[in-house]
Design a protein around this ligand. Structure first.
Ligand code: MLT
Length: 395
């Protein structure tokens, strides 16, 4: 008899964001027509920028003419996009070559797929609170998972601990959900730790575009010796509004080897087997993000979301509520008032003022007592949510 992957039995009943959307659906069934202010999942509300739309239209037209038509794309990404992204890194002084850049259909897909590079008997270290897919993808593969807790005491930026060492180490900076960002010396400690222990860091850089403090690293490859211990996973979802369009990129250094195997070469082997590349049209749209005009336009959208974050932070300041993040990150991570648990506060916000956020405990047990606001909503909804919170929580 076929034996399914029994590791699924070790997963939580549902994935965090799926569970929340089910709760919202139940609420709306009981309260038809009610308008919710959605500040939960980090889905963008602004459309793709003009430069990207123009490139997408042109690419669609290319597909209508025999001479410009594209069928299967190179599995690791179109050279025009791999080149453009490598040049984008180089412009910031980060040495990355075209062959080290792999085009993906988004960071969340890639975070799961990349685990093909590692043996199932390897272990994974997750710094909590953490994006829940890190844990779930490893539970599905039956890997041993170790946790490091972070909290207010270390600004949600823990240092490595030689007693808690794993083969794969997840680092997300700017962090989802806390918004905390490692500085160069903090990240260097992790790079040294990984090089010494032979671990590989999976650096989730999905929110790098939100860093406004130039002294903070946007890429782990800004840190010396990271090329022998890290893989960087990036996304255009939050950077350029591609949550629904789907496009990302991953950097696997050519110098990254473990047990005599080269991880860059292994990924080429994996991609050439398991994918036929990302659509030509979408990759053309992605390349437009990196033009001078594209950069100007996406920065305007990021500024819009940052202003939303400020609106949330101002309301929390007025309420005297402690929070983290929001400045170099699109998430505001607040402490639940009145000693409420994360889910109590979630229900309280939903039922009383029709605001949806994300309960901190969904990101790991040390997220208990916290709540995450996303700043990716519309200005109108964000301002309305801030004003409802001010009135309601003051009472
Ligand atoms: C989040 O809200 O944490 C993210 O939007 C989820 C994701 O990127 O998949």
């Amino acid at each position: 008899m076929l034996k399914p992957n029994m590791n699924y039995g070790n997963l939580k009943e549902s994935y965090l964001f799926y569970g929340i959307s089910q709760k919202i659906n139940e609420f709306l069934e009981k309260n038809p027509g009610e308008k919710l202010l959605r500040m939960g999942i980090g889905d963008v509300s602004l459309p793709l920028c003009e430069e990207v739309i123009k490139a997408l239209h042109t690419a669609v037209d290319d597909q209508s003419e025999r001479a410009r038509f594209h069928g299967y794309m190179p599995e690791c990404g179109a050279p025009f996009l791999r080149n453009t992204i490598a040049a984008h890194y180089n412009k910031r002084g980060v040495a990355v070559t075209e062959n080290e850049v792999f085009i993906s259909s988004g960071a969340s897909d890639e975070l799961g797929d990349i685990l093909d590079l590692f043996d199932r008997s390897s272990s994974a270290l997750v710094i909590e609170p953490a994006y829940p897919a890190y844990v779930d993808a490893n539970v599905m593969a039956g890997r041993r998972i170790l946790h490091i807790s972070s909290g207010e005491e270390n600004g949600f930026l823990p240092e490595p601990d030689k007693n808690v060492c794993a083969d794969i180490i997840y680092i997300c900076s700017p962090n989802n959900p806390t918004g905390a960002v490692y500085d160069r010396s903090g990240l260097k400690k992790w790079v040294d730790f990984a090089n010494e222990s032979g671990s590989v860091i999976i650096f989730d850089a999905a929110y790098e575009a939100f860093i406004e403090d130039d002294s903070l690293p946007r890429s782990i490859f800004e840190i010396s010796e990271a090329k022998t211990c890290a893989i960087e996973i990036c996304s255009l979802s939050k950077t350029a509004g591609f949550t629904g369009t789907r496009l990302g990129y991953t950097v696997i250094p050519e110098d990254l080897t473990r047990s005599g195997m080269n991880l860059n070469g292994m990924w080429v082997r994996n991609r050439t087997t398991k994918t036929n590349g990302v659509s030509y049209i979408i990759q053309k749209g992605g390349a437009a993000v990196f033009t001078a005009e594209g950069q100007k336009q996406i920065k305007a959208s990021i500024a819009y979301y940052k202003e939303n974050a400020k609106i949330i932070m101002r309301a929390l300041d007025k309420l005297g509520i402690t929070y983290f993040g929001g400045r170099n990150a699109p998430y505001v991570w607040m402490k639940c008032p009145f000693g409420m648990t994360s889910w109590e506060f979630f229900d309280c916000m939903l039922n009383n003022i029709k605001i949806v956020g994300t309960p901190g405990s969904g990101f790991g047990s040390c997220g208990e007592g916290f709540f995450r606001f996303s700043s990716f909503g519309t200005r109108e909804d964000t301002a309305e949510a801030a004003s409802r919170m001010l009135t309601f929580l003051k009472q």
